[in-house]
Design a protein around this ligand. Structure first.
Ligand SMILES: NC(=O)c1ccc[n+]([C@@H]2O[C@H](COP(=O)([O-])OP(=O)(O)OC[C@H]3O[C@@H](n4cnc5c(N)ncnc54)[C@H](OP(=O)(O)O)[C@@H]3O)[C@@H](O)[C@H]2O)c1
Length: 358
């Protein structure tokens, strides 16, 4: 019997200054892979990650040397995912193993053959039955939040007198990295954690479920004025996922010697702005005069600490100190839709696509 296979291909560029749309993607049948060649394994896709960084891969040039541009009419190469090994031609993997992407390749296909050096075994003792966790927390997303806070936020370094509340502000706070960064910031010494996000429902999520002290809706509220009320001692650390006007408003509230974790600038991803985009002169002047640190942050700089980081995240998860939220879209055919939805704020926590059952 002929086995069926399916894939999502990149069908159309959105244009450098265009928002991604569902018709940029096409779902189609394709060949079932041949038996894996030496050093390869055959994988059944279980979960896909959709990530803001993929927006730059939709341009002719991605602007990042570790991310190649997608090619028209070819399957989307993907970034992250979890799958099950169906057959293996590599000594380290066996049929039935649960595996995840190593770095930056996880095809948007139901079944695929992949070089074993590009995948890693999932430690099933850490994830239990929640096989999406390597994408939503125990992988690059959780590590980005963790090292952003521990290596870049200065939360532990900042000297404050006993009466000053050490204040962390997170933008993109209800998203994958953001909701974890706020919680980890609290575990790492923040006395007051304020999130900024794009809807009233997300504000409620942050304060009722993700342990934030307060939340600001940047679409309906004056961010600078609200932060001035909510952060009476100023802002000591800012975990920045979005950039643009939201960040300009936060920077105005930051105290001398404070730190910006320059995690991402999603508000500029549908434009041809360079990364990181330069600040407006008057905002740059605040950064300079107050000695605020704002260096580019890339989680890959901390690869030597990844194993310890995953252990730390898993420990917090198992102890109930860290909660992970996900928005799951069903079906490989909806991967493009899930990506577009995430880019325009449709997700709470990590946006995933469930491709098949284990
Ligand atoms: N530095 C690193 O190593 C690293 C690693 C991973 C990710 N990142 C970056 O981290 C950031 C968050 O990534 P993620 O995977 O956690 O995505 P995410 O936050 O789960 O999803 C993206 C969110 O961005 C918000 N957004 C979209 N357009 C916006 C705009 N114009 N202004 C303000 N907010 C906007 C939306 O939330 P709202 O409803 O609140 O608008 C949306 O839910 C991205 O900038 C990404 O590039 C960096």
């Amino acid at each position: 019997m002929k086995l069926m296979n399916y894939q999502v291909v990149f069908a159309k560029h959105p244009g450098v200054n265009g928002s991604p749309a569902e018709d940029n993607f096409r779902y189609e049948s394709c060949e079932y892979p041949a038996d894996p060649a030496a050093g390869h394994v055959l994988v059944q896709n279980l979960y896909l990650s959709v990530d803001p960084a993929q927006r730059c891969q939709m341009n002719e040039a991605s602007g990042a040397d570790y991310l190649l541009p997608w090619r028209l009419d070819e399957p989307v190469p993907g970034l992250g995912g979890v799958g099950k090994v169906l057959s293996s031609n590599h000594a380290d993997f066996r049929s039935g193993d649960v595996v995840m992407s190593g770095f930056f390749e996880w095809p948007w296909r139901l079944y695929f053959s992949i070089d074993a050096s590009k995948i890693m075994k999932v430690d099933e003792r850490l994830v239990g039955k929640r096989l999406s966790l390597p994408i939503s927390c125990l992988g690059l997303v959780g590590l980005t939040a963790l090292f952003g806070i521990t290596e870049r936020s200065k939360l532990r370094e900042l000297k404050t007198d006993g009466s000053t509340k050490r204040t962390l502000v997170v933008s993109g706070a209800a998203g994958a990295c953001g909701h974890l960064a706020g919680q980890i910031g609290r575990l790492e010494g923040a006395d007051l954690v304020v999130g900024i996000c794009g809807s009233a429902a997300k504000c409620r999520f942050l304060t009722a479920e993700a342990g934030f002290d307060a939340a600001v809706n940047y679409r309906t509220e004056d961010v600078a004025a609200r932060l001035a009320e909510l952060c009476p001692h100023g802002v000591h650390s800012y975990f920045d996922n979005v950039g643009g006007a939201v960040s300009d408003a936060v920077i105005g509230q930051m105290v001398p010697g404070s730190a910006i974790v320059l995690c991402g600038q999603i508000s500029t991803y549908n434009t041809d702005a360079p990364y990181p985009p330069p600040l407006k002169p008057e905002v740059q002047q605040i950064v300079t005069e107050r000695g605020i640190s704002r260096e580019r942050y890339l989680v890959l700089e901390y690869q030597d600490k990844f194993a310890d980081g995953v252990t730390r995240l898993a420990h917090w998860l198992n102890a109930g100190a860290l909660k992970v939220f996900e928005t799951v879209e069903d079906g490989l055919e909806n991967a493009g839709k899930a990506f577009c939805s995430m880019m325009s704020g449709g997700n709470v926590g990590k946006q995933l696509v469930k491709v098949s059952d284990a």
